[in-house]
Each structure stands twice: as structure tokens, then as C-alpha cells.
Design a protein around this ligand. Structure first.
Ligand code: PMP
Length: 364
């Protein structure tokens, strides 16, 4: 037997980052859409897949897909990079622009994969705590950037798992003050009223520092609003140099022909997808109302999930009781800054009802 090579240190903690995949009647732990994609999309995809020459490699540049995404946002195809979910987008970005000897800044608590992927590429990760309202602290971010001189700053808006949109003025000021890339992860962007993409178009109208929008990178996914978590498709919008770097870092033919088709066809159903966002937002309001009547602390959400903290009961115990009752939510109670917190994804009205009923029982 050959000697085992020990696992890389950065990977040892990975288990904790994965959302649990266990059987449960009501799965509200991964921020998926509770509604399936439009039937017409599924039929169009099946038809298109039937015509594919599967003995050939897919289009390496995902030309049609990137043009379709560019059309959606009114940018150039050269400003769009697509990959297998926004996690792979982030991985390519950090393989290209992170790595040994470079530094990333994150505002915790936030999406754990930012620090994790940065660490995997060998970056040093500096964490700055969020303010009392769990948003980036207006009084502290500037000093944090000056201290860390980060190559990459991560923002997440609306932030996972806390749910709040960042203040657009602060995002804009961070882009101006940062020496390197500023990644705004908008996995939940369609659920909120403002997008950092607005800063990119503004920058184009008022070119600064020789033009462009400096290092602003906006990352989006088809997994949430577009109800396509199973398809694995995400993208970023950034300056062409950043896109070119990501393409150099990606493996050849990383994006399968089916994935590219799924994305191109989805963009023909924008109205139906927006209708799903509207229904989720409606269900979110009902869920928030239900939570307000229970003995939990909650935070306002601009996303498709709500963070809450049982006031009088141990959160882990509540999580266990919910699961025993067939309802799976995400347990963040052991995460620094989120002590005692659980996160529930907005489900269908029926699922939310099941959750609220089970929670009321667990809190009794
Ligand atoms: N960013 C954030 C903030 C997320 O919450 C998620 C999904 N949990 C992702 C990125 C990754 O999504 P995907 O890889 O499915 O696009």
C-alpha cells in the first residue's frame, strides 16, 4: 500500500460548509426555488438536447449563452464569463486573480465559500466583523481596506445567510476605495431592488481612472430565481480583462452543451422567471408575518430566506425537533456572529405553513 498523502489543510474544514442533504418532507435549507422552472422551458430543452451532436465537444467559448446573458444586462459578451454555478465562477476568478501571496477581505458572517475558495487557492483571508444590523459596518469598512490592502474584497448583496441588501452607497464607495477586485455576489440579486450592475453601467457613462468600472465584478446564478439549481449555471459580469483571466483559469470545455442550452433557453422565459420571484417575495412576507408571532428574533430579508433566532430555546434542539417533524432548515447556531441562529428558505405557501406549525411546536 502506498503512503497516504495527507489532505490539504484548507480542505479539512470543508464538511462544515456543505448544506446537509438528508431526506425531509419539507426541504428549506438550501435556498432553492420552491417552484420548478416553466414547463415550456423544460420541453424546449428536451427538444434541443435531442438535436445535439454529443460526439462533439461543446462550444468552448459558450458564445451564444454569453451573448444571451450580455443581452439581458445590456453589456458586451466580452464582459460575461459563465461556469457551472456561481461557485465555479468564483473558483475560476480566484484561480486567476487570487493564489499564494495575495489577500482577500470578507465581512463576516457571510457566504462561507468566499473565504473557503480563496483559502483553497492559497490566499490569505482577512475577516472583518459586520455591524450590529449584520450589514457592512459604515464606520469600519474603510479602515479594514486600508489595513488589509486586499487584492479581492468580497461583498454579498443580499448577504447569505443574513438576508440584507448592502447600502448601494457603501458598495459604490468600497469599489472606489479598493485597490483590487471587488466581487459583489448577487446570488439573490433578483429578489432585491438594487444591483451593483447599476454601478457598472454608471461607470461606463462616467469613465474614471482611464475608463471602465475598475475592478467591480458582479456574480449571479441561475440556481435561485431562475429555478435551475440542478442545471448548475452561474456567471459574472466584469471588465473584459477579468473575463479573459477567468477563461484562462477554467478547464477546457468545462461548460457542457446541455448547460449552455439550458441557459440560452431560460433567457427566453424571463417573464415567467420574474413571476416566480414575485411569488417567492409574497410567500416571504407571509413567512415573516408568521415568524413575528413566535418567540424568535428575525432580521429583514431581501432574499429568499429568513434568518431567525429562538429567544428561549436552544437553536440546535429546535433544528432537531423540526427535522424530526419532517422540516429541514439550516443550522448556523455554531457559526461566529450567528450564535443561536437558524435560516429558513422561503418555500411554497403550504411548505411555509408546515414549517411555522412545526416551529411553533418546537418552541413550546
Ligand atoms: N453565492 C451565494 C451567496 C450563495 O448563497 C450560493 C448558493 N448557496 C452560491 C453563490 C452558489 O450558487 P451556485 O453555485 O448554485 O450558483
Amino acid at each position: 500500500m502506498s503512503a497516504l498523502v495527507p489532505l490539504r489543510e484548507q480542505l479539512a474544514a470543508l464538511g462544515a460548509y456543505h448544506s446537509l442533504q438528508v431526506a425531509a418532507d419539507v426541504r428549506l435549507n438550501s435556498n432553492e426555488s420552491p417552484f420548478p422552472p416553466p414547463d415550456a422551458w423544460l420541453r424546449a430543452l428536451a427538444e434541443a438536447v435531442g438535436q445535439v451532436d454529443f460526439h462533439r465537444y461543446p462550444d468552448r467559448d459558450a458564445t451564444e449563452l454569453r451573448a444571451a446573458v450580455a443581452g439581458l444586462h445590456g453589456v458586451l459578451p466580452e464582459e460575461v464569463f459563465c461556469a457551472n454555478g456561481s461557485n465555479e465562477v468564483l473558483q475560476c476568478l480566484l484561480v486567476a486573480f487570487g493564489g499564494q501571496g495575495r489577500r482577500a477581505l470578507v465581512f463576516e458572517p457571510t457566504y462561507a465559500l468566499h473565504a473557503h475558495i480563496a483559502g483553497l487557492t492559497g490566499m490569505e483571508v482577512v475577516s472583518e466583523p459586520r455591524g450590529g444590523d449584520l450589514r457592512v459596518d459604515p464606520g469600519r469598512w474603510r479602515a479594514a481596506i486600508e489595513r488589509a490592502e486586499p487584492d479581492v474584497v468580497f461583498l454579498c448583496s443580499p448577504n447569505n445567510p443574513t438576508g440584507r441588501l448592502e447600502d448601494p452607497e457603501i458598495v459604490s464607495a468600497i469599489v472606489d476605495a479598493s485597490p483590487g477586485l471587488v466581487v459583489v455576489d448577487e446570488a439573490y440579486g433578483q429578489f432585491s431592488s438594487w444591483s451593483a450592475l447599476a454601478l457598472r453601467s454608471e461607470g461606463r457613462r462616467r469613465p474614471r481612472d482611464g475608463g471602465g468600472t475598475k475592478g467591480l465584478v458582479v456574480v449571479r446564478t441561475f440556481s435561485k430565481t431562475w429555478a435551475m439549481a440542478g442545471a448548475r449555471l452561474g456567471y459574472l459580469v466584469a471588465d473584459p480583462e477579468v473575463v479573459a483571466g477567468c477563461r484562462d483559469a477554467a478547464l477546457p470545455y468545462h461548460l457542457s452543451v446541455q448547460t449552455q442550452l439550458a441557459g440560452v433557453l431560460a433567457l427566453r422565459y424571463v417573464d415567467e422567471m420574474n413571476e416566480r420571484v414575485r411569488r417567492v417575495a409574497e410567500a416571504r412576507a407571509e413567512l415573516a408575518e408568521g415568524l413575528a408571532g413566535l418567540d424568535v428574533e428575525t432580521w429583514p430579508s431581501d432574499a429568499n430566506f429568513v434568518l431567525f433566532r429562538p429567544r428561549a430555546k436552544d437553536a440546535r434542539g429546535v433544528w432537531r425537533t423540526l427535522l424530526a417533524g419532517g422540516v429541514l432548515v439550516r443550522d448556523f447556531s455554531a457559526r461566529a456572529g450567528l450564535e443561536g441562529c437558524l435560516r429558513v428558505t422561503v418555500g411554497t405557501p403550504k411548505e411555509n405553513g408546515r414549517f411555522l406549525e412545526a416551529l411553533a411546536g418546537a418552541l413550546r
